[in-house]
Design a binder for this molecule. Structure first.
Ligand code: ATP
Length: 343
């Protein structure tokens, strides 16, 4: 991507703000490497919502959509807003309205004590399924509608097949088409369609329950897993556990068809973690690795690789936050990573 790049920063709530503060200096670091980068700080989240009643205004959304190339997101969620409506209005709105269909969640084997070897990538559809927020609570019953559109399923699976072809790794589709005949039936049909078009990719479908069992028993036998929004959410949290826990997992969501200028959002897989927010103990690794994924999406491959290498070297040297059995604070872990970038 040539020319000036504009990225919006949305730290959000809880530990989202703490981990974002550590990764943020990486933006100055890419500038020091000659990249033209403008940033836009957006204080969206629970504090802003409680103070102003505003979640994500139409004007702010339009600014993001039309004047930014990507978003760096922390996390949203705050016990002072128990129904989480602000989180829906911010994060789900961004994912859905920017049509960020593809959610890529790699799980990198960075911890020596994890015994290496588990290198999983999950492709999760990010805008539909039962998370499309259409439903109702009625007397005696509750309904959550799961919508799967051919265009979104195809986009997600095309991205997964492309990745499998590039990496020459096997791809598995997790589904429950035996029960969810309509929605997951569509997933299986499109998957088989794409496999016919790319027969060189080793690809198969698996019932999600059997897949989860096999994933726990033999994680090294999996490489790329594609799934709908709901199953992908569950499978990617399990795969984060193989990488050392929620604090280790990055993600990048993007819109392959680029309907708007803003076509990517990078965020750690974890949420705002109210149980540890404010204690300065959150692991910022997922946030750093998400920042690297955004750099790669922007075409800054050398910077992405150097940032990932800095994280790997900090961990290899023994830098560990509490969730990894260590003693470093969020800030100390951030410093351990950044010092390896020379910042
Ligand atoms: P959501 O509902 O958005 O998934 P959540 O706050 O309920 O968010 P997560 O933040 O995803 O849940 O994580 C669950 C738990 O994992 C947290 O409560 C916290 O104890 C731990 N955790 C998550 N992220 C981190 C992190 N970066 N560092 C250390 N522990 C973490």
């Amino acid at each position: 991507m040539a020319g000036g790049i504009r990225i919006a920063l949305i730290p959000g709530d809880g530990i989202g703000r703490e981990v974002m503060a550590e990764a943020r200096p990486c933006l100055d670091w890419v500038r020091s490497r000659g990249r033209h980068l403008e940033t836009l700080d957006l204080p969206l989240g629970a504090d802003h919502c409680l103070a102003t009643g505003e979640t994500l205004s139409e004007a702010t959304f339009a600014t993001l959509r039309d004047t930014c190339d990507g978003l760096l997101f922390g996390a949203v969620g705050d016990p002072r807003i128990p129904d989480g409506h602000h989180a829906e209005a911010i994060l789900l709105r961004l994912r859905q309205s920017l049509e960020l269909t593809v959610n890529f969640r790699p799980c990198l084997p960075l911890l020596a004590e994890q015994d290496g070897g588990i290198n999983l990538e999950v492709f999760r559809e990010n805008t539909e399924g039962p998370y499309c927020l259409q439903g109702s609570t009625e007397p005696g019953r509750a309904v959550d509608l799961a919508v799967h559109t051919e265009s979104a399923v195809r986009r997600l699976l095309e991205a997964a097949f492309q990745r499998a072809a590039e990496r020459r790794r096997p791809l598995v589709l997790a589904h429950k088409a035996n029960v969810l005949k309509h929605g997951h039936g569509l997933w299986v049909r499109i998957f088989e369609d794409l496999h016919r078009a790319m027969p060189e990719v080793e690809a198969r479908t698996m019932h999600a329950d059997a897949l989860l069992c096999a994933l726990v028993q033999a994680p090294r036998s999996f490489s790329l897993i594609a799934a709908d929004n709901y199953l992908g959410d569950l499978i990617s949290d399990l795969s984060a556990a193989f990488a050392g826990g929620m604090g280790m997992a990055p993600s990048l969501s993007w819109a392959p068809h680029r309907p708007y200028r803003c076509a990517a959002l990078a965020e750690p897989v974890h949420g705002s973690a109210p149980d540890i927010a404010g204690q300065g103990v959150a692991n910022p690794v997922g946030m750093f690795l998400s920042t690297a994924l955004l750099f790669r999406h922007l075409g800054w491959e050398a910077e992405a690789a150097d940032l990932e290498d800095a994280v790997a070297r900090a961990l290899a040297a023994g830098a560990r936050t509490q969730d990894l059995g260590g003693t470093l604070s969020t800030k100390e872990m951030g410093q351990a990573i950044r010092s390896r970038l020379g910042t």
